[in-house]
Design a protein around this ligand. Structure first.
Ligand code: SF4
Ligand code: SF4
Length: 348
């Protein structure tokens, strides 16, 4: 039975007159049959233009909100929840006190920041904060509107190559939107790449597969129990989905974030490389060095960051792991690599 409920109807676009709907503003939702009849309501938390990452050429990166995994090192923590969340930027606060005045829970402290233990997410403070020191992550898009945003970059795709990359969060868990928008882009000749953690219901997201040109898929850890400790979920479904997507003949790049002490064990890289060796459509295994650029976002969301003491792995470590990957993959005509300053390095 369909859900005819919008979880946060207060945040319809009609009710947010003062906010320009640029990247970070928005709404969270549960959409059901009624909204689908209206053309669909979905959540995107960021659209990044002219990226040279996550696919060939110049990319428009579209980030879906909501992910079934909760990786300890996630650089986009605002992508994890499917629900509405407030991000705070105290540096923008002008101390007007409007949010304190309107807050029904008395959850706003003297300095304008939120005591999250009192906040019930009513979002009233957002509407009165003209300094935009508080914003809601994510916003709703109808398919047509989202396509129009992507289409603006089409001239760049023609000039430099490229296309759209759907990332997240986890796009595969937004299967209807993913299918609709990927189909539309595909029809218009736009290259479609999906970046995914692989955790979703294959029977639901397979409808999007005919419109996807290639995918980046993560394997964080080859050991199911360790994977669960690191991300909150085992890897069985993920590995199964990757196999099925490969059988569907979609070109794959498998990726592993290298987080010191968590994913950087040689056995892990060896195990994942062996898995990649058996995937027909995976030609490349890419190692991504951990960075802490997302740390400030945890603070903005009122959450703690658990990896304060974790450092970016040094080049030597990355090369050592790439070598291990290649000792397994090169005989299969595949390669392991890592990227530094936009230069891909394959160490044999
Ligand atoms: S969202 Fe939280 S902090 Fe803001 S007004 Fe509502 S209860 Fe207060
Ligand atoms: S409404 Fe915005 S600018 Fe005014 S005190 Fe609250 S956070 Fe600061």
């Amino acid at each position: 039975m369909g859900i005819n409920v919008i979880a946060f109807p207060y945040f319809s676009t009609k009710n947010m007159p003062k906010q320009s709907f640029d990247d970070w503003h928005g709404i969270c939702f549960i959409y059901g049959n009624r909204r689908k009849q209206e053309g669909g309501v979905r959540v995107i938390f960021n659209i990044q233009k002219c990226s040279i990452h996550d696919g060939e050429g110049l990319r428009t990166l579209v980030f879906f909100k909501g992910c079934p995994l909760k990786c300890k090192w996630c650089a986009n923590p605002e992508s994890q929840s499917y629900g509405a969340e407030i991000m705070e930027s105290p540096i923008r606060c002008i101390g007007c006190g409007a949010c304190r005045e309107i807050c029904p829970q008395a959850a706003i402290l003297e300095d304008g920041t939120i005591d999250r233990s009192l906040c019930d997410n009513c979002m009233k403070c957002i509407d009165v904060c003209y300094a935009e020191a508080k914003k809601i992550t994510g916003r709703e898009y109808a398919v047509e509107e989202l396509y129009k945003e992507i289409e603006k970059d089409k001239p760049f795709y023609s000039m430099f190559g490229g296309g759209v990359t759907f990332s997240g969060g986890e796009p595969l868990t937004h299967s209807e939107l993913l299918k609709d928008i990927a189909e539309k882009c595909h029809e218009k000749g736009i290259n479609v790449v999906v970046e995914s953690c692989g955790c979703g219901d294959f029977e639901k997201f397979k409808m999007a597969l005919p419109y996807i040109d290639s995918m980046f898929m993560d394997i964080k850890h080859i050991d199911a129990a360790v994977h669960k400790t690191l991300t909150g979920t085992g890897n069985e479904l993920i590995l199964d989905n990757i196999r099925k997507i490969s059988e569907y003949r979609i070109p794959l790049t498998i990726r592993t974030p290298i987080v010191p002490g968590l994913t950087d064990a040689e056995e892990n890289i060896r195990g994942i490389a062996e898995f990649v060796a058996g995937l027909q459509t995976a030609k490349e295994y890419e190692l991504l060095a951990y960075h802490s650029l997302g740390e400030s976002k945890y603070k903005a969301l009122g959450r703690g960051y658990g990896l304060e003491d974790t450092q970016t792995p040094d080049d030597e470590k990355m090369r050592e792991l790439v070598k291990i990957g290649n000792s397994i993959l090169l005989p299969y005509g595949k390669q392991c690599c890592w990227t530094k300053n936009n230069n891909k390095e394959v160490v044999k």
